[in-house]
Design a protein around this ligand. Sequence first.
Ligand SMILES: *Cc1c(COP(=O)(O)O)cnc(C)c1O
Length: 389
Amino acid sequence: MTADNKFHFNTRAIHAGQKPDSKTGAVNTPIYTSTTYQQDSPGKHRGFEYSRTGNPTRENLEKNLASLENGTHARTFASGMASINTVLNLLQSGDHVVAGNDIYGGTHRLFTRVFTQYDLTFSFIDTTNLKKVEDAFKSETRLLWVETPTNPLLRINDIESLAEIAHLNDALCVVDNTFATPYLQRPLDMNADIVSHSLTKYLGGHSDVIGGALITNSEKLDKKLGFYQNSVGATPGPQECYLVLRGIKTLPLRMERHCENARKLSRWLQEHPQVSKVYYPGLKNHPGHKLAEKQMDDFGGMLSFELKAAKETTGKMCTATQIFTLAESLGGVESLIEQPAMMTHASVPRDKRLAAGLKDGLVRVSTGVEHIDDLKNDLQQAIDKAITD
Ligand SMILES: *Cc1c(COP(=O)(O)O)cnc(C)c1O
């Protein structure tokens, strides 16, 4: 079953990279904890020598991820941030990076507070505006960093056009595909060079494992990424790899329900008398709706909204929910709620947040897979409690 890509996505989620164990017939990938591997003669090993360099459980996960993203190679890491760090390892001092102005806060921090120390420079712009992207490129620009949908405003970026701009400028286009997952969007098919993931979110899917991945179609890029993966050593443990493999088996089922619940919740919120604005790419009035329809298979499980009431009411609502847990992160089976200005995006200076359109009272929801009526009722009672309080 090497030609994995002849099967449908849902089949590959379960089987790609995961044949029954050749020794025992175990249906599930065993968790290989051994750090070192016997060699037949000095320097001659059977594929594995030391677990930072390569591990059988990790290898199965990497094969699986490569298949799901329609890539040829994948590398996994101890976290999404470790993956992103490894992409930046490809650059040299003096290089310039163009990135979205509403990228994940941790990515912004890594770029501006770690890599500026090594003489890399960064421009953060509205990547939905292709003219602005073209203008931001300089002769030393080597990387375009794209997220879509973005966090927390769910803006949609045009992957194919952005990759084209990057390539005309001799730069790599990297897409953080964490929010969409390969089930909904496959950036390599739209000419991106590398796909980056936080496996912690939808791919793991159960809020119980931290991990990251990089997937590419270029053997040359993969070799370089592999060199840094091994040299830096931020690799995931076999338990973590197993948990992600286990999570991915139900990715298609979970994503379908995440999308359905988010679609229903976004429509309900849009009609709600206490809600002033809803951000969800599946809504027809969302500015990125048409583009999302074109480059995604569905609109995902993330949405944001604003209440008409003062921002203090928002905080009270987020504290009064009984099913939605007030917490950062996203992509698990359980619904989460949070206020980005006070939580996930608190490290972004207020003027920058407001300039990017992120209001203090914005609420972000990671829609879980619970029953939709319970989710609606929970938000209703929380809004009622917050307003009468
Ligand atoms: C969570 C997240 C990351 C970072 O991943 P970790 O696994 O937390 O290190 C990067 N990008 C996006 C879009 C994320 O949501």
